[in-house]
Design a protein around this ligand. Structure first.
Ligand code: UDP
Length: 317
């Protein structure tokens, strides 16, 4: 198959490129490199079955040849208040890529009769009132809150995807990704995993925002990629959560990171939570189990081991 991966130079996108290539497909990675990086795909650039196109998908997407699959993974994704690549610093670009960009990507799928997958997010649930979050929950999002630029862009992308499915019969998939970590996360994107690991590796205090009682559930990237491939192969047109249901408070997560890295600098509490920072987040993955026969298999200890190695080598570079 010929596969277009938008956001192909990003954290998740680059792992997807590798998986499709390993499965014998031809990959076209498209990225505007605002949050993605050539370093993530440098090792693939010389392959004859791999192409990179430097393009912003909110401008018309023009391909020379048809594709069989469109994976729409382009978007800023970090809610950091300070990192330059966080979506709070790129509010209009984030809205444009989720709306016009998704429309262009869907247009490609419609034109070639390609299967389409939309990378959505647990953020469609906002600061959820239902816990854990099932796919049937409609969410709790402030449409004018600062995080709405990401949350509403992704909600709109889901709406567009369903409309192209219903009106044009495009064979669509919607994937709701929960917090994912692993090698090729941007060291400087301000999210909790790169922040904590880089602080720990440098022997600094870990910055816990607020009282640290907010929770997240962290999934290792290879589990996500397995779930994506199973969803693509399935017949499920409605959203599916892919995440690890192992919930942990941010304070406890900081303690785990200090322990596994042997960091003795401890923790510092900071008043840095963004408006709308969800208090609790944990996926209900029973649908993924039932429909895809998928469940996460990589433990936090194992996944953190690989991730810490990666960040150590990046920091020493
Ligand atoms: N967080 C933190 N310290 C940091 C970065 C983030 O305590 O250095 C907290 C943040 O306030 C949030 C959680 O960790 O409650 C996860 O934040 P992240 O930016 O990774 O993404 P989110 O899950 O909110 O989309």
């Amino acid at each position: 198959m010929r596969v277009l991966i938008t956001g192909g130079a990003g954290f998740v996108g680059s792992h997807l490129c590798e998986r499709f290539l390993a499965d014998g497909h031809h990959v076209i990675a498209m990225d505007n490199l605002v949050t993605g990086s050539i370093a993530n795909i440098e090792h693939l650039l010389d392959r004859p079955d791999f192409e990179f196109i430097h393009h912003n998908i909110y401008h018309y997407i023009n391909l020379d040849e048809p594709v069989d699959v469109v994976m729409n993974f382009a978007s800023p994704a970090s809610p950091s208040k300070t990192a330059p690549t966080g979506y709070l610093q790129l509010p209009i670009q984030t809205l444009k890529v989720g709306s016009i960009g998704t429309m262009n990507a869907l247009g490609v799928a419609k034109k070639y009769g390609a299967r389409f997958m939309q990378a959505s997010t647990s953020e469609v649930y906002g600061d959820p009132l239902e816990h854990p979050q099932r796919e049937t929950y409609w969410g709790h999002v402030d449409p004018i809150g600062v995080r709405s630029v990401y949350d509403e862009a992704k909600r709109y992308a889901e709406a567009l995807t369903m409309a192209y499915h219903r009106e044009h019969g495009v064979d669509t998939r919607i994937l709701r990704i929960f917090n994912t970590y692993g090698p090729r996360m941007d060291l400087n994107d301000g999210r909790v995993v790169p922040n904590f690991i880089s602080q720990a590796v440098r022997g600094e205090q870990l910055t816990v925002y607020g009282d640290g009682q907010q929770t997240r559930s962290f999934q290792y990237v290879s589990d996500l990629i397995d779930g994506i491939m199973l969803l693509l192969d399935s017949n499920e047109n409605y959203p599916v959560n892919i995440g690890n249901p192992n919930e942990i408070s941010i304070l406890d997560f900081a303690k785990v990171i200090n322990k596994v890295t042997g960091n003795e600098a401890g923790i510092v509490m900071k008043d840095m939570r963004t408006e709308g920072d969800p208090q609790r987040r944990r996926p209900d993955v029973s649908k993924a189990k039932e429909v895809l026969n998928w469940e996460p298999s990589v433990s936090l200890e194992e996944g953190l081991g690989h991730t810490i190695e990666y960040f150590k080598s990046k920091i020493s570079e």
